[in-house]
Write a protein that binds this ligand. Structure first.
Ligand SMILES: Nc1nc2c(ncn2[C@@H]2O[C@H](COP(=O)(O)OP(=O)(O)OP(=O)(O)O)[C@@H](O)[C@H]2O)c(=O)[nH]1
Ligand SMILES: [Mg+2]
Length: 312
């Protein structure tokens, strides 16, 4: 019991101080970290060597229905969670080199950097054989704490049904209305969202209750529409020193497992629908381990979305 309390205390201290200051604290007082931060065995199996197989699966995916050209994935979540960065990570994996299709912010702020509703497609081939992968992402303004700030939950609900036009600029004070030029009254089957993905940073303290409330109402709307939902935990490298040292420790990190469990309980997304990823943020070259995590999340998004498409 004493050991358990000590671990909880260390965890809180770490959340409060941040990783860097906590590591300095442990270096000064080694007994503070008596227990290993990692499990002996990973709690989830990930085949790190199967990158090519997963990449092929993603690259060859095509929706079966004639009226659906694109499987549409909508990312939502708090400001700075890494939504735009994840789109860039997917683009890097698919194209096999660094790319920047979605502008990510280099500064952390409490205001969303992404303000417009934009569809991100990924180029396949070059020159005259250039086409797009049948897989698109919609990046959306971040959820912010408080009312009249960040994207309105009602806007996300309309986006789920395909009513938000490309390029619409979100207005935190008023959600889109039917008279708005950005409102699409007659969405097609592939304007609609097929998978809803919540993006969450592992390196933040507990989520603010107003953000949690917005997330809950978005999830309820998606559930009513039967849209499958999953989540990604980003910034895992910053959240855990063991993962920063070695990305393969991702499913051994006790801290991350606890963080994922807490998040699962807070928003109601089951653990087996939550995927940790590390986005490309400061690298200039691709890395197989980073790609393996991105592909693991992406493959599941495709499967969940395709199951939904099959039903509509
Ligand atoms: N170390 C690390 N940095 C990350 C990760 N994901 C995103 N970042 C960084 O976090 C910052 C914010 O990322 P964005 O992708 O702009 O976040 P966003 O969710 O699109 O934010 P808004 O558009 O403002 O809502 C950027 O500086 C990214 O480089 C990650 O997994 N690890
Ligand atoms: Mg963004």
């Amino acid at each position: 019991m004493a050991r358990q309390n000590e671990n909880i205390f260390n965890q809180r201290l770490r959340e409060w101080l941040g990783v860097a200051a906590y590591s300095a604290h442990v270096a000064q007082f080694p007994t503070a970290e008596a227990e290993s931060p990692t499990l002996d065995e990973p709690w989830r199996e990930l085949r790190w060597g199967e990158k090519q197989k997963n990449l092929k699966y993603v690259q060859e995916y095509k929706p079966e229905q004639d009226d659906i050209r694109y499987l549409r994935i909508l990312l939502y979540g708090p400001v700075g969670a890494g939504k735009s960065s994840f789109i860039n990570s997917v683009s890097n994996v698919l194209r096999g080199r660094m790319t920047i299709p979605a502008l990510a912010s280099a500064m952390t702020s409490d205001k969303s950097f992404t303000k417009k509703y934009e569809t991100h497609k990924f180029i396949k081939g070059r020159g005259s054989t250039k086409t797009f992968y049948p897989l698109v992402f919609n990046d959306i303004m971040g959820l912010e704490d408080g009312t009249d700030r960040g994207v309105h939950a009602d806007d996300i609900k309309l986006a789920l049904k395909g009513h938000v036009k490309e390029g619409h600029k979100f207005n935190p004070v008023a959600p889109i209305s039917q008279n708005d030029p950005g409102y699409n009254p007659t969405p097609s089957a592939d304007d609609k969202v097929h998978v809803l993905v919540c993006v969450m940073s592992a390196n933040t303290p507990q989520m603010k209750s107003s953000v949690l409330e917005k997330m809950k109402s978005i999830r309820e709307a998606a559930s009513d529409l039967g849209i499958p939902q999953m989540a990604m935990m980003t910034h895992i490298d910053e959240a855990c020193g063991e993962i920063e040292k070695e990305l393969k420790n991702v499913y051994k990190s006790k801290y991350l497992k606890k963080k994922m469990k807490d998040f699962s309980a807070a928003v109601g997304i089951p653990m087996n629908c939550i995927f940790p990823v590390k986005n490309y943020s400061e690298e200039i070259d691709l890395n197989d381990d980073v790609d393996a995590l991105v592909l693991s999340a992406l493959r599941n998004m495709i499967n969940f979305g395709d199951d939904f498409i099959e039903k509509i």
